[in-house]
Design a protein around this ligand. Structure first.
Ligand code: PMP
Length: 454
């Protein structure tokens, strides 16, 4: 079916969906989902499908990004200008380019103190792999080569490569693909709603004891680092108790274990700040970012190292890196994107959007199928349960689909949680429309998972 006309011919939704099913292998593909929503245009928080139907994008490109909204001319112009000037040049060895230097400098200025050394990637998974390698190499160069273990958490999402995918706390990511990364140990996540996991004890007390026991069992001298999202995103938007990260941090530091903050979702305003980890008392040694760095206008990630790690890994050379490291066009877009986030006050706006959404969802709180509503900045997770006492889950897929198809609002489902994570330019009316759509569907959702007609 490959033919030159494909690039330009008018193809409606049915035709595109048919070609999609025949030729596109989707990430996170699920065999029970055969329908397709082919999005072809976006402006602000609105997107249009191939048949011209308009949707309200309440999940930032359905992937927690698009901070500045769709269709921003400023970013298109930054990209076009850079493509004319220098689309690409390597940063390997002695080479560099002006945009990656400017962006690294800008990031160093925004980052928590001490995290001023930047390593670029194409996205989050490569960033997590980079951080894991850097942690192991750091210890090796300091004469502690046996420090190879990585601590991670169930329900944490860190990516899909073998390294990041093994750190990810969903078994499906590691299933039936041969040996995964060795020396990864999973801990219980800080998920206060699921008090049944903590054996009747306080969430943080339980988790600190569990962490201490894991360190004891594996041996501190064998552990390189722990990785965690400040607020778990794909795990269901889960802010930890306030004392969780400070106590984890102290225990890790006491044992010489590095801390990697996965801020792929949380950075660049998603939770109301440039970076989320400082506000949670995390004080990491490395931060992994991606997504909001370019608002998704180009694939780009960045790992921020502290000086000791940067010095240790570069000491005898860092034989690691990707062709598109510091891609000038992606970096030019990121610079323009950070300008927009700053100049348009999108960090404050993020908190405002979160407040509109959370306030609007107050009525939904008492619905029998709503177990818990959690938020971090402009990011909301609504956990669905068949029974509020047992917290038995209702998978959120059908509700998310109904919200999109019947109300034209795009939200995402992660297990039994419906997630809202809109562009940070959402206005009050759009927030109200999102809440209305959610509330209507959740009101019609039965504990058996079926949805009554409108
Ligand atoms: N970390 C987190 C917290 C993520 O949410 C994701 C992607 N959703 C990743 C890492 C992986 O990023 P990427 O898909 O860009 O490789």
């Amino acid at each position: 079916m490959a033919s030159p006309f494909l690039a330009t011919a008018a193809l409606d939704m049915a035709a595109l969906a048919d070609l999609d099913r025949r030729h596109l292998v989707h990430p996170h593909q699920r065999s029970d989902r055969t329908d397709r929503a082919v999005i072809v245009r976006g402006q602000g928080c609105a997107v249009w499908d191939a048949d011209g139907a308009e949707y309200l994008d309440a999940t930032g490109g359905a992937n927690w990004l698009c901070q500045v909204g769709h269709g921003r001319a400023e970013l298109a112009e930054a990209a076009a200008e850079q493509l004319r000037q220098l689309p690409y040049f390597t940063s390997f060895d002695v080479f560099s380019n002006d945009k990656s230097i400017r962006l690294a400098t800008r990031l160093a200025g925004l980052a928590p103190a001490g995290l001023g050394q930047v390593f670029f990637t194409c996205g989050g998974s490569e960033g997590v792999d980079t951080a894991i390698k850097a942690a192991r190499l750091y210890h090796h160069r300091r004469g502690e080569s046996e420090r190879t273990w990585i601590l991670a958490r169930r329900f944490g999402y860190h990516g899909a490569t073998y390294g990041s995918g093994t750190a990810t706390g969903f078994d499906g990511m590691q299933h039936a693909v041969g040996p995964n990364l060795p020396h990864v140990h999973k801990l219980t996540p800080p998920f206060p709603y699921h008090s049944e996991w903590f054996e009747g004890r306080g969430c943080t007390d339980f988790l600190i004891d569990e962490l201490a026991a894991a360190i004891e069992q594996i041996g501190a001298h064998n552990i390189a680092a722990m990785i965690g999202e400040p607020v778990m995103a794909g795990g269901g938007v889960v802010p930890p108790p306030d004392d969780y990260w400070p106590r984890v941090r102290a225990l890790l530091r006491h044992n010489g274990i590095l801390l990697i903050a996965d801020e792929v979702v949380t950075a660049f305003g998603r939770t109301g700040a440039w970076f989320d980890s400082p506000g949670r008392g995390m004080d990491p040694d490395m931060i992994v970012t991606a997504k909001g760095l370019t608002s998704g206008y180009a694939p780009l990630g960045a790992v921020l190292f502290n000086e000791d790690i940067a010095a240790a890994v570069t000491d005898d050379g860092f034989f690691h890196g990707y062709t598109y490291f510091g891609h000038p066009t992606a970096c030019a877009i990121a610079l323009a994107n950070l300008d927009l986030i700053e100049n348009e006050g999108l960090l404050d706006r993020s908190r405002q959007i979160g407040a509109w959404l959370r306030e609007g969802l107050t009525a939904a709180e008492s619905l029998p199928v709503v177990g818990d509503i959690r938020m971090a900045g402009a990011t909301i997770g609504v956990e669905l349960v068949a029974d509020r006492a047992t917290r038995e889950p209702i998978m959120a897929g059908p509700a998310a689909t109904e919200i999109r198809k019947a109300h034209g609002v795009i939200v995402r489902d992660y297990g039994n949680t419906v997630v809202i994570a809109p562009p940070l330019v959402m206005d009050e009316q759009q927030a109200a429309r999102t809440v209305e759509a959610m509330t209507s569907v959740l009101t019609r959702l039965h504990p058996d998972g079926t949805i009554a007609p409108r």
